[in-house]
Ligand binder design. Structure first.
Ligand code: CAA
Length: 261
């Protein structure tokens, strides 16, 4: 792989988009490599994933403007589909994904962070959807996921004005959950991922599926989705162990790691 690195740290996977010459902009090759990397993750051992960008300046500065500049309508649509397919794979990955946004998250960079479950960022992070200033719409899910994350009014304002926002405003509007000094960002992302990884994996996955799938349907259907995924946890080794541990009144006992069974 030329532009993606993958590191396995115990039960946590870390994907780094590494194309510093273009501030980690997403061209077709980056998207292909990201797709391949997502396919290769061992979901039996990996319980949470972190996505970040190489360097201290940029997370992802968007889709590659050079590559897009000469596309026809049909090619533009196909490029949108290429990005959307990979981002949807990321969004529906069974395990939680944390975006550690370490700088510019513009256009496709903001959009890829929106495909992650949780966003945290460094103090120098900048978010925005500059596409209308380039003569295009957001094309990797921004018109859909930004509104679902920060609300329709704020999403429309960001997209129509193409104005960038800094980390404190991103925090205020709920685009990110927390802001950290650059040097602490990855440690905080790993701490968050480790906290998630300690919980029962089948339950965590079912929570992700219940929230994501439930948001696509009305409340009557959504609670049925929840009931099925709730029921699915029962009879698992981890459910039996987790509840038996609570019910055991021996104060000296030590909790064993969950087995993903
Ligand atoms: N595509 C291609 N190359 C990019 C890029 C992008 N999105 N963003 C940055 N680069 C390249 C620059 O061309 C430059 O390359 P050279 O050194 O070869 O000239 C290099 O990265 C460094 O960039 P700058 O010199 O511009 O760095 P800066 O610090 O002055 O500015 C920046 C940083 C504000 C992020 C600026 O680079 C910028 O505005 N980039 C474009 C951001 C953008 O518009 N993103 C949205 C793209 S459209 C999109 O994503 C569509 C979609 O929804 C799918």
């Amino acid at each position: 792989m030329e532009f993606i690195t993958f590191e396995q740290k115990d039960q946590i996977g870390i994907i780094t988009i590494n194309r510093p010459k273009a501030l980690n902009a997403l061209n077709s090759q980056v998207l292909d490599e990201l797709n391949e990397t997502l396919d290769s993750i061992d979901l039996n051992t990996t319980r949470a994933l972190i996505l970040t960008g190489a360097g201290e300046k940029s997370f992802v500065a968007g889709a590659d403007i050079g590559e897009m500049s000469t596309l026809t309508k049909a090619e533009g649509e196909a490029f949108g589909k290429k990005g959307n397919d990979v981002f949807r794979k990321l969004e529906t990955l069974p395990i939680p994904v944390i975006a550690a946004v370490n700088g510019f998250a513009l256009g496709g960079g903001c959009e890829i962070s929106l495909s992650c479950d949780i966003r945290i960022c460094s103090e120098n992070a900048v978010f925005g959807q500059p596409e209308v200033g380039l003569g295009i719409t957001p094309g990797f899910g921004g018109t859909q996921r930004l509104a679902r994350t920060v609300g329709v009014g704020m999403a429309k304002q960001m997209i129509y004005t193409a104005r960038n926002i800094k980390a404190p405003e991103a925090l205020r509007i709920g685009l990110v959950n927390a802001v950290y000094p650059q040097e602490e960002l990855m440690a905080q992302a790993e701490k968050l991922a480790s906290t998630i990884a300690k919980n029962a994996p089948i339950a965590v996955r079912n929570c992700k599926k219940a929230i994501n799938d439930g948001l696509q349907v009305d409340m009557d259907q959504a609670i049925v989705i929840e009931e099925k995924l709730f029921g699915d946890c029962f009879e698992s080794e981890d459910q039996k162990y987790g509840m038996a541990f609570f019910l055991d009144k021996n104060k000296d006992k030590v909790k064993e790691p969950f087995q993903n069974k």
